[in-house]
Design a protein around this ligand. Sequence first.
Ligand SMILES: N[C@@H](CCC(=O)N[C@@H](CS)C(=O)NCC(=O)O)C(=O)O
Length: 206
Amino acid sequence: MTTLCYAKKTCSIGVHVLMEEIGSPYDLRIVDLSKGEQKTPEYKAINPKGKVAALVRQDGSVLTEFSAIAMWLSMTNPDKKLMPTDLEGIVRTIEVLDFIVGTVHMLSWRMWRRPDVYSDNPAGQEVLKTRGKAAMLDALDLVDTQLRGKDYLMGDFSVADAALYYNEFWAVDVAGWNLPKNVQAHYQRMKARPSVQASREIEGVT
Ligand SMILES: N[C@@H](CCC(=O)N[C@@H](CS)C(=O)NCC(=O)O)C(=O)O
């Protein structure tokens, strides 16, 4: 069976949502980041990057990086229609996925959430937090324009919405920020999906 290595309230939530969308049985392996379990030799034998999410597939091979995992899940479960199948739809999905993972999460949220990675200086960390927040809200403004007149980023639900969802969760439920209007509506729509509700319940997110 496929095993999702995950940590609560992290980007692995997005993979968890996709596993629930697919609805096939899977195992969960929790990685407690607060105890540094991601850096243990045992976990690094699974994912040498020391990060979640990691997906251990049925053949024992491990897939990492949200976009790769999302792409693999959608292509191996075509009946679940987790992304468009025409060339333009595929590249547009990759385009928005890359923006959400690379810019919203890695460049912006991480700067706000983990300023200690970039500076030991408390004043420097405050600057990083301010810039990280501004960068994230600017990036979400761009996503907001893409959502104008649409329920989901690609029109119908796709893997890109799962990526946006964990960033929305962080912005609202961890940082307490206000989202732009269409992104906020998207977040509510996502929270109404059974897959999101199931993943929140399993991960103990109220
Ligand atoms: N680009 C990776 C990011 C993975 C990542 O940064 N995961 C974080 C949680 S959101 C993590 O495992 N952090 C643990 C650490 O940095 O020690 C992806 O999209 O999967």
